[in-house]
Ligand binder design. Structure first.
Ligand code: PLP
Length: 400
């Protein structure tokens, strides 16, 4: 059976050149970067080379990069590191309703410690307005954390405008760039951010490696204590293999980003056009133009997202839905709900996120297997019947 992987926002395969790099560290370069001997020096060299690559890719200085275990840890380190270090200045945090749980859950936990959190709403396209950020700022605000691009709907946020506001008020600004980095240009000075989170497994590096950018000179405190690694900012023996892999993946992303984004945009737009033209009761979620090049998200009315996913999986297509399994029940995505999408429509959402190995044939295959699935699932829905002449009188508001 043909297999089509359309779930690159969940994770990406490891790039063969990255895997090759990792083998070098499994076989030969195994030293501890803190050791003074040859083996240690080789490992240190690899770590610092990778740091240079990450820093250059985002317009930062190497000493502003800390390696972490991934996006979640980077988000946590940025948020807690800022608020604990700046407690004497204030206790107010601003974030948005569409952040990843790595941000939202940490902010909510901080409320229990006496911090106050403003969770900004978004518009129907999933955009945070800079005006709402400006309105939320008060003299106790110490941190603004707004993601660069959303993982569920792909909307790209006006980070630079928010950054300008934050800078004017002297408030530290973090952005979660886990989904945007490697797909669209990310430059810390242009975006005017003080902290930026990156994750390796979204850019063809392995899981369990990431990075946090911390602008030089900002007030921030480490979250854990231990050895002197990462200039005492993130203690623990470095994940040398993961770090080298991240460096290689970043190098490849920088080289290929513009051509790859243009290629994926064409594939993405073909999917959008075909779906929007050929189906009734379907919505494109996220911003129509300010969206990631590889990202689409639709809501199909009268469809259960999980059933859609399973049916696609049986045909070899791997995608994801707008529901998350929380304690055994399927909750509609908090992002779609924040955009004002009714829960029953949010349940029928499908996220397709494309990547380097996808091509036109994959898109054709998906577009070929989808119609009978939608037809079958809708036929099972008691609420759905095809729009017909009766519809003006049937009283079923869902039809229209
Ligand atoms: N932030 C965003 C926007 C994400 O999409 C993800 C992962 O899906 C994370 C953070 C967490 O990253 P990691 O899986 O590397 O911990």
């Amino acid at each position: 059976m043909r297999r089509v992987y359309f779930d690159h926002s969940a994770t990406t395969p490891v790039h063969p050149a990255v895997a090759e790099e990792m083998l070098r560290f499994a076989n030969k370069t195994f030293g501890n970067p803190s050791s003074v001997h040859f083996f240690g020096r080789e490992a240190r060299k690899a770590v610092e080379e990778a740091r240079d690559k990450v820093a250059t890719a985002i317009g930062a200085r190497p000493e502003e990069i800390i390696f972490t275990s991934g996006g979640t840890e980077s988000d946590l380190m940025a948020i807690k590191g800022v608020v604990y270090a700046n407690r004497s200045k204030g206790n107010h945090i601003i974030t948005s309703a569409i952040e990843h749980h790595a941000v939202l859950e940490n902010c909510k936990a901080l409320e229990k410690e006496g911090f106050t959190v403003t969770i900004l709403p978004v518009d129907p396209d999933g955009m945070v307005s800079p005006e709402s950020v400006a309105d939320a700022i008060n003299d106790k605000t110490i941190l603004i954390t707004i993601m660069h691009a959303n993982n569920e709907v792909g909307t790209i946020q006006p980070i630079q405008e928010i950054g300008r506001l934050a800078k004017a008020k002297g408030i530290l600004f973090h952005t979660d760039a886990v989904q945007s980095f490697g797909k669209i240009p990310v430059n810390v000075d242009e975006l005017m951010v003080d902290f930026l989170s990156i994750s390796g497994h979204k850019i063809y590096a392995p899981k369990g490696i990431g990075a946090l950018y911390i602008r030089r000179g900002v007030r921030w405190a480490p979250n854990s204590l231990g050895g002197g690694q990462e200039r005492k900012r993130r203690p623990g023996t470095e994940n040398v293999m993961g770090i080298a892999a991240l460096g290689k993946a970043v190098e490849i992303a920088v080289e290929t980003m513009s051509a790859e984004s243009a290629r994926l945009t064409l594939l993405r737009d073909r999917i959008i056009k075909e779906i929007m033209e050929n189906y009734s009761n379907v919505y494109l979620n996220g911003h129509p133009t300010r969206r990631l090049p590889n990202h689409v998200n639709f809501s199909f009315e009268f469809i259960e997202g999980e059933a859609l996913l399973l049916s696609l999986d049986l045909k070899g297509v791997a995608a994801s839905s707008g529901s998350a399994c929380t304690s055994g029940s399927l909750e509609p995505s908090h992002v779609l709900l924040a955009m004002g999408i009714p829960p029953e429509v949010a349940h029928g959402s499908l996220r397709l996120t494309l990547g380097k190995d996808n091509n036109d044939e994959d898109v054709s295959y998906f577009l070929e297997v989808l119609p009978p699935i939608i037809e079958r699932l809708r036929a099972m829905s008691p609420l759905y019947h095809k729009v017909s002449d009766d519809c003006d009188t049937c009283g079923n508001t869902w039809c229209r």
